[in-house]
Design a protein around this ligand. Structure first.
Ligand SMILES: [Zn+2]
Length: 92
């Protein structure tokens, strides 16, 4: 709950995050100090959230958080979870 309060305060400062591929194996996360404080509190708030999943996308939910240079979104999924089976690259 404390992180959610910090998150709401930081959201009023209009944080902008760039999320895109830097190269084939690296994701670039770019922004100013407000953006990184927002991102950090977003992860901490998710640790305490009632829902196991949350999604933000440059062209969907939470789009105002992303800069125009963003080409990737993010899906937060806290484990353990028995409700969702997420598709993605297979784990090695
Ligand atoms: Zn889940």
């Amino acid at each position: 709950m404390r992180y959610k309060i910090a998150l709401d305060k930081l959201a009023k400062k209009n944080p902008k995050i760039t999320l895109r591929h830097l190269d084939r194996k690296t994701i670039l996360i770019e922004g100013n100090s407000t953006s990184f404080a927002f991102l950090g509190n977003l992860l901490l708030a998710h640790a305490e959230a009632s829902d196991c999943g949350d999604q933000f996308s440059p062209d969907g939910a939470g789009s105002k958080l992303f800069s125009k240079e963003s080409t990737l979104g993010v899906y937060l999924h806290r484990l353990p979870c028995n409700e969702h089976e997420l598709k993605g690259p297979k784990k090695k």
